[in-house]
Design a protein around this ligand. Structure first.
Ligand SMILES: CC(C)(COP(=O)(O)OP(=O)(O)OC[C@H]1O[C@@H](n2cnc3c(N)ncnc32)[C@H](O)[C@@H]1OP(=O)(O)O)[C@@H](O)C(=O)NCCC(=O)NCCS
Length: 182
């Protein structure tokens, strides 16, 4: 079953998650992170292909007004096949079989190089937390590669707390959505 999360943009919020279609996929492909950040996130090309082939994936472009500024791909554990394995020999990182059912999992998040440092990543996380809550999840989780210039401090600034679990060498961190202000 393909992930069908319930999402509608909040009234008045300038940041929206927009479906990727024939009209905007090139703009999404043109969004890139800095050269130093490439070790921490797959390209949007890989993420889009994965999004199409994995039923658990729910992906959108992040728009500020009418401008694409980033990309997000979620892993919806409720859409996993009964015996999900993840990580087929020729696939990229796949959270299937590794995430609790009550956790919506950020599989990819990137803000384009020219748009970083303006609070858009933090606002995107807030949108994702609302989306997770609205769809009945108790946690918003993710895993990241630790390293100089990596996203760890960003997620910490957004309130994510390390769970103590390591998923395929990546640090898992979660936002408890029952806590006010998360
Ligand atoms: C991580 C990323 C999404 C952050 O997006 P952004 O729009 O630049 O972040 P924001 O401007 O919203 O920053 C929010 C907070 O995080 C902090 N922050 C952001 N990046 C940081 C970094 N690399 N190191 C330390 N702090 C960081 C900011 O200082 C800010 O803190 P403040 O509000 O207390 O001042 C973006 O840098 C990115 O796309 N990186 C490459 C891809 C990546 O690593 N994705 C995660 C894969 S798991």
């Amino acid at each position: 079953m393909r992930s069908q999360l319930d999402y509608s943009p909040a009234e008045g919020d300038g940041l929206r998650l927009v479906e990727v279609t024939a009209d905007n996929y090139l703009a999404v492909l043109r969004l890139e992170v800095t050269e130093e950040q490439r070790q921490f996130v797959a390209s949007n090309a890989v993420s889009l292909v994965q999004g199409h082939y994995h039923d658990t994936a729910w992906f959108r472009a992040v728009y500020e007004g009418d401008q694409p500024v980033g990309f997000v791909k979620l892993h919806d554990p409720r859409c996993e096949p009964a015996e999900a394995q993840g990580d087929a020999p020729d696939s990229d990182f796949d959270p299937a079989g590794k995430v609790a059912d009550d956790s919506l999992f950020i599989w990819r998040l990137m803000i384009g190089e020219g748009h970083q440092g303006r609070g858009l990543g933090r606002r995107a996380v807030a949108v994702l937390a609302d989306l997770a809550r609205r769809n009945g999840f108790s946690h918003l989780c993710l895993s990241y590669v630790e390293g100089e210039g990596g996203p760890g401090p960003f997620y910490e600034a957004c309130g994510f707390v390390r769970s103590g679990r390591v998923i395929d060498g990546e640090i898992e961190a979660c936002l408890d959505l029952s806590i006010d202000g998360s």
